[in-house]
Design a protein around this ligand. Structure first.
Ligand SMILES: Cc1cc2nc3c(=O)[nH]c(=O)nc-3n(C[C@H](O)[C@H](O)[C@H](O)COP(=O)(O)OP(=O)(O)OC[C@H]3O[C@@H](n4cnc5c(N)ncnc54)[C@H](O)[C@@H]3O)c2cc1C
Length: 376
């Protein structure tokens, strides 16, 4: 069959590769001038540093099939994300762990003592937390909430934590040991030559053609037997019911000679600091050595038309609109909506790859529905 895949990110590339290997002819288009979508990496011309152009991407998974898949196309080197935060004039370890608690309260507590301290701070009058703020006060108490969750969340989401659902915050977002590895997953790493090199290897198949700088036009679908759409779900329908809300990010680039902050990611918890974090890209490739350094100050705001959509908001209003777009999509034959934009969900790379592999598998077994998984 002739397959059109809109988007040369992980979703389009993984589905395209599987279908090409199954004997289908795949045309992959992307509006951007590069492959790999939001995972795109490229070397900075000035410093030679490998840049995560759309923000930091750390690969982590518990899915062995996905880990084997990515290792087929790239050499992964060990990398663990160890984030720090600057809050109230001091630097702390994240996620909030025993070191953070001892630093913050000036104590030398052991795990059970720290647990007892946090329990004594928790507001136990909140029995059924509804909002992010209630959840935080219920489980960590006011001091840690103010320092590590409140300001950061306000900046990230552009609203008060009293307006966000409790579900955004994990039940107990604190560790009572000194583990500061940001992710719990068994497999973690960074592709040695960047994500774009990995995606290029996935796309390297004689039955795949890639057209960059190419915006989707409905005429293209007429020449295809099936379309996989990894662009924005509402974008497919020309936003005719309105726009699904996204947060976007602005990156303010600056350079430095030597080591700017000593780690890859430094969060800024205080509301008064307008950015959420600074990423220093060369620390994502610790096996390389560069005298110069490139950093991004990261600012979050509501996405306007024309902005790059990053995080789906998925609050009550968006969910109502999402339902209507899902109905439209289900009434559109011959198109499968995939990936983080196509299904309007925040998906990590490993989940994106898993769903793409499963989508291609489903396609080989018969008619593929509009969505492999219910996006609600
Ligand atoms: C700031 C940020 C940090 C992240 N960090 C991590 C991380 O540390 N670890 C992790 O596992 N995951 C991370 N992710 C998630 C990761 O980016 C996604 O899992 C992945 O990019 C999803 O791939 P995709 O192909 O579905 O979408 P995308 O990468 O967005 O690809 C979609 C492509 O479709 C193209 N397109 C859209 N509309 C059209 C159109 N009309 N015509 C032509 N082309 C079109 C776009 O240009 C884009 O290239 C992060 C995401 C963000 C936003």
């Amino acid at each position: 069959m002739r397959i059109l895949l809109v988007g040369a990110g992980l979703s389009g590339a993984v589905i395209g590769r599987a279908l090409a290997e199954a004997g289908h002819d795949c045309r992959i288009i992307d509006a951007r001038p590069h492959i790999a979508g939001n995972c795109h990496t490229e070397r900075d011309a000035e410093t030679g540093v490998m840049m995560h152009v759309y923000g930091p991407h750390i690969f982590h998974t518990d899915d062995e099939g996905v880990w084997n898949y990515v290792n087929r196309f790239a050499r992964f080197l060990p990398f663990q994300n160890r984030v720090k935060t600057t809050a109230q004039g001091r630097v702390y370890s994240l996620p909030v762990n025993l070191l953070t608690i001892n630093q913050f309260f000036g104590t030398t507590l052991r795990p059970e003592e720290a647990r007892a301290l946090i329990e004594s701070k928790a507001d136990t009058t909140i029995t059924d937390p509804q909002t992010f703020e209630e959840q935080a006060l219920r489980f960590v108490g006011p001091e840690l909430y103010e320092a590590f969750f409140k300001g950061y969340t306000e900046k990230q989401w552009g609203c008060s934590p009293t307006e966000l659902p409790a579900s955004i915050l994990k039940r107990l977002p604190v560790r009572f040991n000194y583990d500061d590895n940001y992710f719990f997953h068994r497999f973690q790493g960074m592709p040695q030559d960047g994500y774009s090199a990995m995606v290029a290897a996935i796309l390297d198949h004689p039955r795949i053609t890639v057209d960059l700088d190419t915006l989707y036009h409905p005429d293209m679908a007429a020449q295809a037997d099936h379309v996989f759409w990894s662009g924005p779900l509402d974008g497919y329908f020309d936003y005719r019911l309105g726009r699904l809300g996204y947060r976007t990010l602005d990156f303010e680039r600056f350079t430095h000679q030597g080591d700017y902050q000593g780690c890859a990611v430094m969060n800024y918890g205080d509301r008064e600091v307008p950015y959420t974090r600074i990423t220093e890209h060369k620390h994502f490739s610790p096996w390389e050595s560069h005298e110069g350094s490139v950093c991004y100050r990261e600012y979050a705001r509501a996405a306007e038309p024309g902005d790059t959509p990053y995080y789906p908001i998925r609050l009550v209003e968006e969910k109502a609109l999402l339902e209507q777009y899902i109905d439209l999509a289900r009434a559109t034959p011959g198109v499968t909506f995939v990936g983080r934009l196509g299904t309007y969900r925040y998906l990590d790379m490993d989940v994106t790859i898993r769903e793409a592999m499963d989508t291609a598998q489903a396609f080989s077994q018969g008619p593929t529905p509009a969505f492999l998984r219910d996006p609600l």
